[in-house]
Design a protein around this ligand. Sequence first.
Ligand SMILES: Nc1ncnc2c1ncn2[C@@H]1O[C@H](COP(=O)(O)OP(=O)(O)O)[C@@H](O)[C@H]1O
Ligand SMILES: [Mg+2]
Length: 241
Amino acid sequence: MSLLKSPSGEPVIRTVDLEKTYQMGAVRVDALRGVSITINPGELTTIMGPSGSGKSTLMHLMGCLDTPSGGSILIDGESTARMRESQLARMRNRKIGFVFQQFNLLNRTSILENVAAPLLYAGVSLAKRKKLAVQALERVGLADRVHHKPNELSGGQKQRAAIARAIVTQPSLLLADEPTGALDSKTGHQILELFQDLNRQGLTVVMVTHDPEVGAMTRRTITIRDGLIESDIGPAGGVQP
Ligand SMILES: Nc1ncnc2c1ncn2[C@@H]1O[C@H](COP(=O)(O)OP(=O)(O)O)[C@@H](O)[C@H]1O
Ligand SMILES: [Mg+2]
């Protein structure tokens, strides 16, 4: 199966006039104020912008980890607007991999079990879970750490394990929110090369970064400021770099 083509022939994800407002007591924060983005299959996109500009909010909405206050999200052409929480959870599990700055691994269980966990929720048999988890760990260069626990790994290895967990279900979209933010620059660079490798193999990747050098590594860069798109440069954005 080619990962380059989404099954529906639609963009992998599309947001239309996306809005998110947080209400904290009397304080209202308009974190996103109408963000429209189309991500096509096979793209590698970075999202940049100052702290507090709405990057994480956007990633959480695209990953169906939170629901918008306005606008809509289409994943493989399918609107999430009317989905119940159980449907959203299934959508997340099948179509989206998420990588966090702080890895979010379960410290008590082995790397293999951490990576296999999304398959458990997807109802995959034990034997197949193990096989697919080992394959994912091989793809990120961590096949020799299968039985280690997260706290027995370096930061870079933890992030590799978290990436294996994110790709084990063969999602159509990999979202990463400052995936190198907790790593030193050399290790961070290796992780970025891994994202580039995975993208060359057909995976669609969107990642948030603070680092302008990282932005320069990808063909498309979207800049967000105060909850709005400031610029969108590269393939689907229409302006070629
Ligand atoms: N759960 C939340 N509750 C209230 N306000 C929030 C919440 N998450 C984010 N915000 C606010 O929304 C704005 C955007 O935050 P965020 O999306 O985390 O920005 P970034 O990732 O670009 O730093 C900020 O002003 C932040 O304080
Ligand atoms: Mg953030």
